[in-house]
Design a protein around this ligand. Structure first.
Ligand code: B16
Ligand code: MG
Length: 213
């Protein structure tokens, strides 16, 4: 079989592990403290979006305006709550089917990378036992534009020294699938993005990757 890809770039939150629920809980605490309506439907719009851009989406429902300094303070408070939740994660929070899939793709000699908007990506990978596992980690610390801008995936491809057209992105966010496409990459989607039909492949589980690769 002729291979279409040399590298697989995985989104982190919502693909490798379910930190999306922790983002929800942390933002919910901030929203409740400030009397701002917030639910899972709004939370879905935050997938793949940077911390400050997420806050702007949440503040759309606020009755009163916030200054830039107040916004910075709210984002910092949210991150403290989020990091507290992350500190309780262990390798048991890495789903078995995800680890099996990664190991199978590695055996098939694909390069494996992370392409995440999160500045907490290195800490999360450490917590779930994947520190040092990937061939490249491109995350919120090395980008200036978040998804749907393709920067995070293009940087991952650069780190791997692989052409974008030879990379497959795995995403749970519609914004992430769009970023892949703008960057000239194909996208395999799970979760919310799969339900929205945003991918070139729309999967029920990450493990289905081993059938298409
Ligand atoms: P942080 P991903 C994204 O991670 C999340 O989906 C998104 O909800 C979050 O706002 C963003 O990271 C930034 O996270 O506040 O930790 O820097 O899906 O791109 O892995
Ligand atoms: Mg995600």
């Amino acid at each position: 079989m002729v291979r279409e890809f040399d590298a697989i770039i995985f989104d982190l939150d919502g693909v490798i592990c379910y930190t999306d629920e922790y983002h929800y809980r942390a933002w919910k605490a901030i929203a409740d403290n400030n009397g701002i309506p917030f639910d899972h439907t709004i939370n879905n719009r935050l997938r793949g979006v940077s911390r400050m851009a997420s806050l702007e989406i949440i503040l759309e429902k606020s009755a009163c305006p916030f200054s830039d300094a107040e916004k910075e303070a709210l984002a910092a408070q949210k991150n403290e709550i989020y990091k507290q939740l992350l500190s309780e994660m262990t390798p048991d929070d890495l789903p078995k089917e995800v680890k099996r899939t990664l190991d199978t793709l590695r055996e098939k000699q694909y390069l494996l990378a992370i392409g995440s908007s999160s500045k907490n990506a290195p800490f999360i990978l450490q917590q779930i036992g994947l520190g040092g596992y990937f061939d490249a980690v491109s995350d919120g610390n090395n980008i200036t534009h978040s998804k749907p801008d393709p920067e995070v995936f293009l940087k991952a491809a650069q780190m791997l020294n692989v052409a974008p057209s030879r990379c497959l992105v795995v995403e749970d966010a519609v914004s992430g699938a769009q970023a892949a496409h703008v960057g000239g990459m194909k996208a395999a989607c799970v979760g919310d993005a799969s339900n929205e039909g945003a991918g070139d492949w729309n999967l029920q589980s990450v493990e289905e990757l081993t059938e298409i690769l």
